[in-house]
Design a protein around this ligand. Structure first.
Ligand code: GLN
Length: 531
């Protein structure tokens, strides 16, 4: 029987609940426990697949094809495990399930209500993870306590705490602001946030105070006293230079010890957390001096979270190549054939980002042409790969109106076409080609050398594909289709032979790079960029 740990947040959003949850999981995992993380999102969308990255940051895709919150990416990167559909639940999905049950007649004769029907459905979705595989299920409730939207989730937490007091624990993360003029840290917002939680019937067991300055023992004791939490269960989470530092900070604050003790473990019988490999990774990162300058060419560049997994994958690869990643985002809308060498001249490598729709597409072509003609290592991901194909058709094969059907439904030269199965799709939600599929790698290709495997499995999220009618002419002119999904005869990877490193992938390698298992494609890309 698993223990359930809930992470709630107060005072402000974006305090890093996901990172705190992932850090605690890491520490428990490093003590030998089996742990999984779950994210509850209070919005009505059934999944974030239909959300713009500006609204929500990156949409992360699990191997089983669920479009999820980007926190699942953190969980996978920290824990080096895979998450699944049940690791991310939204209000929309809860309501959808309940309404389907109501239509089926499951509640026949009863009025369907938020309590107990919605809250029961929430509890069911949390407890379904308790399938014998895990010692701890760490569930993060999105939003901040007091929001109307997250109330049913907090109520589910209250009920679970009441029903299984010895198996359920709540960690509440708040913010302690520093007033520069008064040179003082202020705990009042934390007190109010805990009051809001208590009003919902939940007494937090542990408080994590996010802060920019050290919080003294006496301040921790004061917060503890006001909030009915022992001083020993109040810890600080001070701003860190890297998210990967946070597990070690939480370890020195004793978060895992506090949690275990509160859940009835005898600490003498639990092994200490072995964080050696993690520390080595961080040391490598801190010692790296040499810089590697890479540009991320995309259209969601003003928002840091939009390409989260690509950034993290590149940063893992840089660390394992003993260098420091200097990553700049370049807005593709602003790139033109005229300014591209000036705008991209200082970068030793380019990543062409995934995406949807026409905005910024011409700038991506300009960047790709510049990389192709000047021997600059270039990795194209999903739409980035499709853009590589279109650029090659236009400028090498001499088909000036080559395009993707996505960008021009009338184009006579649809080198990127809609997948056959997509032509029957009418709804937008959860209908792309999603999740992990096999890909066969051609012997003698660069990617075969990189992966050192005949078959790989990578995650997808797309509706369009390389048009096989053009395969011969591409191959004859030097763009090779070296990765194929054999079931669908779908081109997964293209690469150029006469180029230091020019690879386009239809899949998303960024979803599967982790701290302790960096992704081979990013490793090789960064290695080439460095030399
Ligand atoms: N818009 C493209 C497609 O749907 C690429 C998607 C992506 O980059 N994730 O095929």
């Amino acid at each position: 029987m698993a223990k359930f740990i809930f992470v709630t947040g107060g005072v402000a959003s974006s305090l890093g609940k996901g990172i705190i949850a992932a850090s605690l999981s890491k520490l428990l995992q490093a003590r030998g426990f089996k742990v999984t993380n779950q994210k509850l999102d209070p919005y009505i969308n059934v999944d974030p697949g239909t959300l713009n990255p500006y609204e929500h940051g990156e949409c992360y895709v699990t191997e089983d094809g669920q479009e999820t919150d980007l926190d699942l990416g953190h969980y996978e990167r920290f824990l080096n495990i895979r998450t699944h559909r049940e690791n991310n639940i939204t209000t929309g999905r809860i309501y959808q399930n309940v309404i389907e049950k109501e239509r089926r007649g499951d509640y026949l004769g009863h009025t369907v209500q938020i309590i107990p029907h919605i809250t029961d459905e929430i509890k069911l979705n949390i407890q379904s993870l308790d399938n014998g595989q895990y010692d701890f299920i760490i569930t993060e409730i999105g939003g901040t306590v007091g929001d109307i939207e997250s109330l049913p989730f907090v109520e589910a937490l209250r009920q679970m705490k009441w029903e299984m007091p010895e198996r359920v624990l709540n960690i509440h993360l708040t913010y302690v602001p520093y007033l520069a003029a008064a040179q003082e840290l202020k705990t009042k917002p934390t007190q109010h946030s805990v009051k809001a939680l208590q009003q919902a019937g939940v007494q937090p067991d542990v408080l994590v105070l996010r802060t920019e300055h050290e919080i003294s023992a006496s301040m921790k004791a004061k917060v503890g006293l006001f909030c009915n939490v022992g001083a020993e269960a109040v810890v600080q989470s001070i701003d860190a230079s890297s998210i990967y530092q946070v597990p070690l900070n939480m370890q020195s604050e004793g978060l895992d010890r506090i949690v275990l003790r509160k859940l009835g473990y005898d600490l003498n019988e639990v092994p200490e957390a072995n964080m050696e490999a993690w520390k080595q990774f961080l040391q490598k990162r801190q010692n790296a001096k040499k810089e590697v300058h890479i540009a991320l060419v995309g259209k969601y560049v003003q928002l840091h979270d939009a390409y989260m997994s690509i950034r993290e994958s590149l940063s893992h690869a840089a660390t394992y190549n003993d260098c420091k990643l200097c990553l700049d985002e370049v807005l593709s809308d602003e790139l033109t054939p005229e300014n591209v060498s000036k705008r991209l001249g200082q970068y030793a490598g380019l990543v062409i980002c995934p995406g949807f729709g026409t905005r910024g597409i011409e700038g991506k072509f300009a960047a790709i042409r510049y990389a192709r003609e000047n021997g600059i290592p270039c990795l194209g991901i999903c739409l980035g790969m499709q853009c590589m194909v279109i650029e090659f058709a236009r400028n090498v094969l001499g088909i000036p109106d080559a395009n993707s059907i996505e960008m021009d439904s009338e184009t006579a030269h649809n080198v990127v076409d809609m997948m056959e199965e997509q032509k029957r799709v009418s709804q937008m939600g959860h209908t792309m080609r999603l999740g992990a599929y096999d890909c066969h790698l051609q012997e003698g290709s660069r990617v075969h050398d990189i992966y050192k495997k005949e078959y790989i499995r990578e995650r997808h999220r797309h509706r369009y594909e390389f048009n096989n009618l053009y395969r011969d002419i591409f191959e004859r002119n030097g763009m090779h289709c070296v990765g194929i999904n054999e079931q669908a005869n779908l081109v997964e990877i293209v690469e150029l032979k006469n180029h230091p490193w020019f690879v386009g992938v239809q899949f998303h390698p960024e979803y599967s790079s982790t701290v302790l298992a960096p992704h081979p494609l990013f490793l090789d890309f960064v290695k080439t960029v460095l030399h």
